[in-house]
Design a protein around this ligand. Structure first.
Ligand code: GCB
Length: 603
């Protein structure tokens, strides 16, 4: 496999920035909000955008105006508008927004944080679904598309000391050229779904870093630090105090400092021993501290190797939804942790974070808890493969995902796509994405959830063959035999043909079951049927050559507008092994017993 240090060319144009561990000034909690289905605050009555005019009228909502005289006509008023909590989706905060897809204007007023004249200030959004147009004090900062990745603006020279107005037009209308596209099997939660914060940094600061165990045998670590605002020659110190490492290097003219050193005494990170070390990066004016694990992940033939040892992935797929208390999108670290603890109760060592990059708490908690992670971008089903704009959007989401999480030891797989139909344009699209992912990070495995078909001459032989399989390290596929595809006894009959000398991962299987719904075996929607399907499927998977693990669909029931059957689904996809409240169904116990056995076998 390639080593990242050998192939990271430079930092991406939309350069990542590590913010999570910095002391920041939060803009979370209460925002004012105006629901605007006709985008009246954005377009004039000839449907021309106000923000394209040199002098936008005060009637444009991003001007956040109040009548200056008793005769001035202003037809909106943020001060008297409803409130929404950030982070949070709007759908579960107000019943009238439950099905809403369209524009909501968010407004926050705030005083600037304390800063020195030379300091720089960044406005950081964890995520907003789907498109965000951002305005500060009536002027447009920019636009971001993609509902699950962070973005930021440098705002120091636009800030007033007191009473700044930050207005964000968030639009979650689904689009044919979007990523994802019009059709998905999850709720299209809209809003500023992750935190908003201001980071104050010195003129020259540590923007980003990369660290990875490069050689298992030599215990050699390669690291690289990217400064912002540097001229070259700045002294950068990188320390891992618990390992007695303290290295110094001078930044290049591009602000980059490279390091290479050995850590013979390091304990490697693994699910059984998720050891994290304190990392400190210092320049004259700035310090960035973090906690990092050191490990390697690789394949050898059909084997998967963590730190050189064979690895079986006892996984479960997870949506970023916590609806136990009526909520939707995960709002904080506590909810993220609850999902991961549920996964651990199944004796899982792996989570497939479907179908988009989850919030940063998830991957950081996975680092702490010792859960391996598959992270994916929402290239889902039938994306517009021929649209260059769609491609650029997918690539930007890939870059932002990798940029944010590249230092998380837990993350071992970047996944490019889910159940995408094979065609020439799709193959081109995904091979470009694969090349980009490899260029950004050669130290992790690439995968994608593919599909199977049956041999024409033998309908009991399922074949996984896809040009995409040539591009990835881990051949993964979803299959629903016994649910969408045939009846339960088909599971016992089917044989698999997977012609690659690569490990095989089964990224989905499952069946809907209402928690508490019981009946004689054989009736669908029941806990018994789901448990029976799990028993038979797990036995079938054990017969696949090169099988290295699975992530059944799914940890907990989750909302989807496709799931309308009253009394059973009621807007929920019921394939959870737990209900949305976290109550286990019988299948959870089947899976846990299987994983316990697998864990014992590995010992
Ligand atoms: C799939 C999709 C997943 C769906 C699931 C289902 O294959 O990847 O997003 O939710 O099937 O329940 O149909």
């Amino acid at each position: 496999m390639l080593l990242w240090s050998a192939c990271v060319p430079a930092f991406a144009t939309e350069a990542p920035m590590q913010v999570y561990t910095r002391a920041t000034h939060t803009l979370d909690r209460e925002w004012k909000a105006i629901v605007d289905p006709y985008e009246n605050g954005y377009y004039d009555y000839r449907y021309q955008p106000f923000d394209q005019r040199a002098e936008p009228p005060r009637g444009a909502y991003f001007m956040d105006a109040k009548p200056a005289s008793p005769t001035e006509l202003i037809e909106y008023d943020f001060d008297q508008a409803m409130s929404l909590q950030v982070p949070g989706d709007w759908n579960t905060q107000d019943p009238k927004l439950y099905y809403y897809e369209g524009t909501v204007w968010y407004r926050k007023r705030f005083d600037a944080p304390a800063r020195r004249p030379s300091d720089r200030v960044f406005l950081e959004f964890g995520a907003a679904n789907y498109r965000a147009d951002v305005y500060l004090n009536g002027r447009k900062l920019g636009v971001h598309e993609g509902g699950f990745t962070p973005f930021r603006f440098e705002v120091g020279d636009r800030l007033q000391d007191r009473d700044n107005s930050l207005v964000v037009k968030v639009d979650n209308k689904r689009r044919a050229d979007g990523v994802p596209t019009l059709n998905t099997d999850w709720w299209n939660y809209g809003g500023i779904t992750r935190s908003v914060e201001l980071a104050v940094v010195p003129a020259v600061f540590v923007r980003d870093y990369r660290i990875a165990l490069e050689s298992l045998e030599d215990r050699e670590v390669a690291a690289s630090v990217q400064l912002d605002g540097a001229r070259g020659g700045e002294k950068v110190t990188l320390s891992l105090p618990e390992l007695g490492i303290r290295e110094t290097a001078a930044a290049t003219a591009e602000g980059r400092a490279d390091f290479r050193f050995r850590v013979p005494d390091a304990q490697l990170w693994s699910p059984t021993d998720p050891r994290l070390y304190r990392l400190e990066i210092a320049t004259t004016d700035d310090t960035l501290a973090d906690r990092v694990g050191l490990r390697t992940i690789a394949t050898r033939g059909k084997q998967l190797l963590l730190n050189g040892e064979p690895l079986f992935l006892r996984g479960i797929s997870v949506h970023e939804e916590y609806s136990a208390d009526g909520g939707g999108r995960v709002r904080n670290a506590e909810e993220a942790k609850q999902l991961l603890l549920w996964a651990r109760q199944l004796d899982a060592n792996f989570v497939r974070l479907a179908h988009y990059p989850h919030n940063e708490h998830m991957v950081r908690l996975a680092d702490e808890l010792g859960l391996l992670v598959w992270s994916e971008i929402p290239v889902y089903w039938t994306i517009d493969w021929n649209d260059e704009g769609t491609y650029r959007n997918a690539q930007a989401q890939l870059e932002a995902m990798i940029g944010r999480d590249i230092n998380r030891a837990s993350v071992v797989v970047w996944s490019l796509a889910n159940e995408t139909p094979v065609s020439e344009p799709r193959n081109r699209f995904l091979s470009r994405l694969a090349a980009r992912a490899r260029a950004l990070d050669g130290s992790r495995l690439l995968s994608a959830a593919m599909e199977k078909h049956y041999r024409e001459d033998d309908p009991d032989v399922a074949v996984v063959e896809d040009p995409l399989a040539e591009l990835v390290d881990l051949v993964s596929f979803n299959q629903y035999i016994g649910w969408y595809d045939g009846s339960l006894d088909k599971i016992d009959r089917v044989r698999w043909q997977i012609p690659y000398d690569k490990p095989v991962f089964v990224s989905e299987f499952g069946a809907d079951a209402g928690q508490g719904l019981h009946a004689d075996p054989g009736a669908i929607w029941t806990e018994e049927y789901q448990a029976d399907l799990y028993r038979r499927t797990l036995a079938m998977l054990d017969r696949i050559d090169g099988y290295v693990g699975t992530s059944p669909w799914i940890l907990a029931d989750f909302r989807s507008p496709r799931r309308v059957l009253p009394g059973v689904q009621d807007d929920y996809n019921r394939k959870g092994v737990l209900s949305e409240k976290g109550v286990p169904k019988q299948a959870a116990l089947v899976l846990r017993d299987y994983y316990r056995r697998k864990a014992d076998e590995a010992r």
